[in-house]
Write a protein that binds this ligand. Sequence first.
Ligand SMILES: Nc1ncnc2c1ncn2[C@@H]1O[C@H](COP(=O)(O)OP(=O)(O)OP(=O)(O)O)[C@@H](O)[C@H]1O
Ligand SMILES: [Mg+2]
Length: 374
Amino acid sequence: MSKKRKETILVVDDAPGSLEIMADILSPDYDIMVAKSGGKALEIVRSFPGLDLILLDVVMPELDGYATCCLLKSDPRTRNIPIIFVSSQIEAFDVARGLEVGGVDYLTKPVNRLIVRARVKAHLALSLTTRMLTHELGVHQVELELQDKELRRAYKDLEESRASLPQRLILAQEKERSRISQEIHSDFGQSLLALKMFICMSASKLHEDNLQVKSAFEEAKKQLSHIIDKVRKLSHELAPPSLQYIGLVDTIRILTESSRCDKKLKIHFFHRNMNGVTFGTKDIIIFRIVQEAIHNIFKHSEATEAWIKVLCQNSVFSLEIRDNGKGFDPENLSKSRGLGLDLMKEQALLIQGDLSMKSQIGKGTTLNITFPIH
Ligand SMILES: Nc1ncnc2c1ncn2[C@@H]1O[C@H](COP(=O)(O)OP(=O)(O)OP(=O)(O)O)[C@@H](O)[C@H]1O
Ligand SMILES: [Mg+2]
């Protein structure tokens, strides 16, 4: 069983008789240290950190009890040691001053043995409880700070993940598009081709005179060819295979050429320093932006001409898509509008690009994207 540590009390008094009386009252229960002046008391307190309580005389030469107390309370190392004043000054004013400067109690001389022991015991217990509570509070504070740190980290992760959600969705969408495109191309497309071959073979076996059935087969062949073309176009729109094989510029060229079937709109395509240039996974994103911009021109602009420019210059890739259509007020877009423009902004973020869109009613629309080439 561990033995309880005896508390240490410092008695400060310039009168040796008073020191003796206090030592006599308290030494059975506590370790006693003595100081005959305020200055000496400060020295002891600073060199002996284990002090539990101080009994401090008020009237002393040079540094009196109040001044000593003020110095002890202003030092963080000593401010928590409880101080009980012991004095023959018994006016209310003196007692109040003692409590004001930081004393926890005030005893008057001549002291009563029982009262001294009871007060000292009570203040030591109070001091111990305060220390324990302060310690517990400190532990809780550290725990709270840790929790706060963790919460902040979790919040930051959540924010980052929320911020990158649209871009992750775009990538997931591209992946899914590519999967569907492959399925349409290989499963559906191949089955249609097999069917077409079967019809061709069956038609070739028909008797020359069977004109009606022959023409029905011809019609079926025509319809099937039409469907096969549509399926191929759909599959290519979902995931243009040409990106991989012929690169970004030629894929954009094919897109503009296939859009030329609309006779009302003339699309001009320019490129510079782009031969054989690829930006890896960014290519599909750039292509999607061009695709959406062209869709928008067809759908909304009523333009007669559009210009697409792509170039690499001074380590910067830039894309400009301009039309001479009716334009729109970007500040005043209808609330029921679609997702195209928002998606383009997210796509630009995904390739670390700067996107700007300028449009004015009656003055057409211009979309610009740039990003640095590493
Ligand atoms: N080139 C353009 N010329 C005129 N108006 C345009 C042009 N591009 C976009 N707009 C206007 O901006 C709006 C928003 O375009 P956005 O692409 O976001 O949506 P949407 O084309 O209406 O629908 P979604 O793209 O989802 O099919 C359009 O509804 C249209 O009013
Ligand atoms: Mg759109």
